[in-house]
Design a protein around this ligand. Structure first.
Ligand SMILES: Cc1cc2nc3c(=O)[nH]c(=O)nc-3n(C[C@H](O)[C@H](O)[C@H](O)COP(=O)(O)O)c2cc1C
Length: 311
């Protein structure tokens, strides 16, 4: 089944969820121009802000849109966020990290579609068994936390080995790319990096300029930010701090007990200070983008970038 049929939209394109970047304006622009979009629930600090964002989107478009839920233990807000999304009946949820079991079980009776990020056949088969409506095949070309497999290998093997629809993610920047993955059997695409350069995106001027100035050869993988491989622009700052997490950073990120213990002693300064003590790198100083940065030449309205994918 095509993504256009699953969601009742014109183009088989999801403007992908991007941490700290996706916003109401991007979702509305995607929806009002024949595609759809999802934003990470974590982009909103409180439940009230999440509810307000959804209400604002609904005031501006009647088209379907989705929300991305990080379902592992690193997101203490996941349970509340899920309750809110169920109550407000968003059209679809994209799950990343952790098990999507509860999300699928709770969404099914309400008709909310669940698309699960996957990077391997084994995991895709697992979420298919759990009842996912589709998988998002996150390949080695993806921006953010990329998978290990090349796009063609991942998509064709998923299409062969599972019977739910496969949405392609990673390295898609032109209509030719969209046509190519559809020919491999994908039902649609999820596209992030090129939309970083949309006028609607909430990013700093320096980040914007970097998107124009840097190319594919400047994208490197770092474990500094989240502990797992994340694609970032190799700016002089990134070069100066290196791309490998130090022993202290690894301890801080992986060892909950140590985090708690340190928190007890430095509680006055709070977690941010503890994290800064281990590494100064934050999403404000380190800019995430995938190899599709190569196709970014200017900052344009989202509607125009969408046209590159459809005409
Ligand atoms: C800046 C940035 C932030 C991202 N944040 C998230 C996120 O919060 N949750 C998520 O599931 N995926 C996230 N992703 C991955 C995208 O949703 C999508 O899978 C990816 O961008 C597709 O590859 P592309 O960048 O080559 O188009 C992010 C990607 C980028 C570039």
């Amino acid at each position: 089944m095509k993504l256009t049929e699953i969601l009742g939209i014109e183009h088989p394109i999801i403007v992908a969820p991007m941490f700290l970047i996706s916003n109401v304006d991007m979702v509305v622009a995607a929806c009002e121009n024949g595609a759809t979009a999802a934003f990470p629930a974590l982009n909103y600090r409180t439940d009230q802000e999440l509810r307000e964002a959804i209400a604002l989107i609904r005031a501006k478009t009647s088209k379907p849109f989705g929300v991305n839920l990080i379902v592992n233990k690193s997101n203490p807000k996941a349970a509340q966020q899920l309750e809110t999304l169920l109550e407000l009946k968003v059209n679809f949820i994209i799950t990343s990290l952790g098990s999507p079991q509860e999300v699928i079980e709770r969404c099914r009776p309400l008709g909310i579609k669940v698309f699960c990020d996957v990077t391997s056949i084994e995991y895709a088969q697992k979420v298919e068994k759990l009842g996912a409506d589709a998988v998002i095949a996150v390949s080695s070309r993806a921006g953010g936390h990329c998978g290990p497999e090349a796009p063609e290998t991942l998509i064709t093997s998923l299409v062969k080995n599972i019977s739910i629809p496969v949405i392609a993610a990673g390295g898609i920047a032109t209509k030719a790319h969209v046509d190519e993955v559809l020919a491999w059997g994908a039902c649609g695409v999820s596209v992030g990096t090129v939309f970083l350069a949309s006028k609607e995106a909430t990013i700093s001027d320096d980040y914007r300029q970097a998107l124009i100035d840097y190319g594919e050869k400047d994208i490197v993988l770092t474990t500094k930010m989240s502990g797992s491989h994340l694609t970032v622009i190799n700016t002089p700052y990134v070069q100066s701090i290196g791309t490998k997490a130090t022993f202290m950073e690894k301890l801080m990120k992986r060892n909950k007990w140590l985090k708690k213990y340190l928190k007890m002693f430095i509680f006055i300064k709070g977690m941010r200070a503890i994290e800064n003590a281990a590494s100064k790198a934050t999403y404000k100083t380190v800019w995430c983008a995938g190899p599709s940065i190569e196709y970014i030449k200017s900052i344009r309205p989202l509607k125009e970038i969408l046209k590159d994918l459809t005409t």
